[in-house]
Design a protein around this ligand. Structure first.
Ligand code: DGL
Length: 278
């Protein structure tokens, strides 16, 4: 009997500093509708984007211990900042497959670019880590990577100002220096940015391909689980509220309200846990 059979039906853990990782969660739901998913949003300690590597590593290891306590078969770091700072530490310590968002994005960008000029936007921490530069250069040595932190995008996305004159003005300023340098591909290197996609696309211009971490990561996750032979073969029998579970470190009601605006079914509950105890 296939010893992976028990593992196949375990859930996949997905985590983010808060709500942004739900864009990745939503994409995994759509690309792998049979899988059970557990989401953790670190709503008590968000934002990660202006914190140090040591802090992000500590938080990410605590979260992975929590997810492992729920018996997950794989962990998705659905946060660009945590992927940039903590992925290596997680891969070294976590006994299940771990996937971040940086490498799938870099791979997609290298496949998409024609002129070798790739733009990257993300939080201050992500951009200062140079993770995207390293990941792109590991695939395409001669690529020119032009990066820009866009710290106002996260609050704009959380305020629901996805299409708004204020967002237009800020996007215009942020993207000008990238488009002036002739990028033909732009990595939206932060979980929140897909929510601003249409505004970003408008200011990036028609000739620029946008790389969406949510889509690319779900695709890579599928490939990884297939390679490890741990994709579930079962049609879902559980109701959605059991198939998809949500945990946060604070502010469950706000989380639920936001999640309900982007997940394509009603979230019934989000449970607060004490993440510091893991
Ligand atoms: N989730 C973070 C990221 O993708 C953005 C929000 C934060 O700063 O925590 O980088």
């Amino acid at each position: 009997m296939d010893q992976n059979n028990n593992i196949k039906d375990l859930p996949i853990g997905v985590f983010d500093s808060g709500i942004g990782g739900l864009t990745v969660f939503r994409e995994i739901m759509s690309q792998m509708p049979n899988e059970r998913l557990i989401y953790f949003g670190d709503t008590a300690r968000v934002p990660y984007g202006n914190k140090s590597r040591d802090t992000i590593e500590k938080y990410s290891l605590q979260i992975s211990r929590f997810l492992l306590s729920r018996k997950v078969k794989a962990i998705v770091v659905a946060c660009n900042t945590a992927s940039a700072f903590a992925l290596d530490a997680l891969i070294k310590t976590v006994p299940v497959p771990v996937i971040g968002v940086v490498e799938p994005d870099a791979k997609a960008a290298c496949e998409a670019t024609k002129n070798g000029r790739i733009g990257v936007i993300g939080t201050m921490a992500t951009i200062s880590s140079h993770s995207y530069d390293d990941a792109v250069h590991a695939i395409m040595k001669d690529a020119e990577v032009i990066s820009r932190s866009c710290p106002l995008f996260v609050p704009l996305a959380e305020e629901g100002l996805w299409e708004d004159p204020v967002t237009d003005e800020i996007t215009r300023r942020y993207l000008a220096e990238l488009t002036d340098r002739g990028i033909d591909t732009l990595i939206m290197g932060c979980t929140h940015y897909p929510l601003l996609r249409s505004t970003i696309a408008r200011f990036a211009g028609e000739g620029v391909t946008l790389v969406n971490p949510a889509y690319e990561t779900a695709k890579e996750l599928h490939a990884l689980l297939e390679k490890e032979d741990v994709l579930t073969k079962k049609e879902p029998v559980l109701g959605q509220e059991n198939r998809y579970q949500f945990f946060v470190s604070d502010m469950a009601d706000q989380f639920k309200a936001f999640a309900n605006s982007i997940i394509p079914y009603g979230i019934l509950s989000a449970k607060v846990i004490d993440i510091e105890s893991y």
